[in-house]
Design a protein around this ligand. Structure first.
Ligand SMILES: Nc1ncnc2c1ncn2[C@@H]1O[C@H](COP(=O)(O)OP(=O)(O)OP(=O)(O)O)[C@@H](O)[C@H]1O
Ligand SMILES: [Mg+2]
Length: 327
């Protein structure tokens, strides 16, 4: 069973869209998938057409022990479609941090619930909230891999530092290895800015960036209104093709074998160092701009233009130059 968290502190970078679409694509390849919605916003739950207000039990009841013991994931699971189950969330999950304050082992609640699963899942995906509180820590503690969606904004990269710090802390304190990998989302090859951010992501993550990138695609936005994964909404959408590629890559990584343990920790340290270097350079640029009075919009956040076009050779699944609405 592979346990994969989808996390980034930055809001709106494509975590939930990735969790839903990747789960669906894996399920359509015959893999048995459980998606755990670990976000009190319950967007994965709503995005799969389950109404949080109609739920009697949710992942909150699994993570919170009561006098009668806690429920198991199987007690709250909802059937989405063949091979695809959901452990839904609701707003009450936001009370978890307070409810578990002072409770010993509170960061292991999700791990224990997953370990107690009777159903043989091939993949457990965990959709994290846009913060690094107890819910995200539970997700990281439970997973072996983390997908870090990076939308085409440099703020997304800044959210990575805290996440990687926690990954390293879990490694140092608990000896548990988590492999981080970045996923480019909302990529628009037509903009120079997207290409610059892509270059920065590659510099930061080295080889730990998925080859498959998720392009900006309006159809992915529409799916939420219909409560359907992209593959069940529009099979011709580029967003569907991109997540299909990602699913194949995720499966392929397993077949090719995992990285040796030490390499994983070194990777995380490199990522943290590169992210911190980048943040220092932004800070310096900002200070310089302020002292010279150059406050032109976003001056400090510009990447240095790259001499090499990072878009060249990058996996692209659709015809170049086609606008989002044409696909
Ligand atoms: N590739 C894409 N192209 C266009 N829109 C996208 C794409 N991926 C996600 N979106 C849209 O961007 C918005 C944010 O996406 P999503 O909810 O997946 O982000 P998130 O990281 O889970 O947000 P949060 O931090 O609030 O949990 C949604 O409206 C979603 O439909
Ligand atoms: Mg989300």
């Amino acid at each position: 069973m592979r346990i994969i968290a989808v996390a980034n502190q930055k809001g709106g970078c494509g975590k939930t869209t990735t969790a839903i679409s990747l789960s669906s694509s894996l399920a359509m390849r015959g893999k048995k998938v459980l998606l755990v919605d670990c976000d009190p916003q319950a967007h994965a739950t709503i995005g799969l057409n389950v109404s949080p207000s109609d739920l009697e039990k949710s992942i909150y009841h699994v993570l919170t022990p009561t006098d009668n013991g806690a429920l198991g994931i199987e007690d709250v699971v909802q059937y989405v479609k063949e091979n695809f189950d959901l452990a839904p969330s609701s707003v009450i999950l936001s009370a978890l941090e307070q409810d578990l304050s002072g409770v010993q082992g509170r960061e292991n609640r999700l791990l224990e619930a997953i370990q107690a699963l009777q159903a043989p899942y091939d993949y457990v995906l965990i959709d994290c909230p846009p913060s690094v509180g107890l819910l995200c820590i539970n997700a990281l503690r439970a997973c072996d891999e983390v997908i870090i969606p990076i939308d085409m904004s440099l703020f997304s990269l800044r959210g990575v530092a805290k996440l990687v710090e926690i990954i390293l802390l879990i490694k140092d304190k608990l000896g548990h290895e988590i492999r981080p990998r970045a996923l480019i989302t909302m990529y628009d090859h037509r903009t120079r800015y997207s290409k610059q951010v892509l270059q920065k992501v590659k510099e930061t993550f080295g080889s730990n960036v998925f080859e498959s990138a998720i392009r900006y695609n309006i159809r992915l936005r529409e799916t939420v209104d219909y409560g359907l994964p992209i593959g069940d909404y529009d099979k011709h959408a580029i967003g569907y093709a991109d997540y299909e590629n990602l699913a194949e890559e995720v499966i392929r990584v397993q077949e090719e074998g995992e990285h040796p343990e030490q390499q994983v920790a070194e990777t995380a340290r490199d990522i943290l160092q590169n992210t911190e270097d980048y943040m220092d350079s932004v800070r310096e640029a900002l200070e310089k701009d302020l002292s010279t009075g150059d406050t032109s919009a976003g001056a400090a956040y510009q990447c240095a233009p790259s001499s090499q076009d990072p878009g060249v050779g990058y996996t692209s699944n659709g015809p170049d130059g086609m606008s989002e609405d044409e696909q």
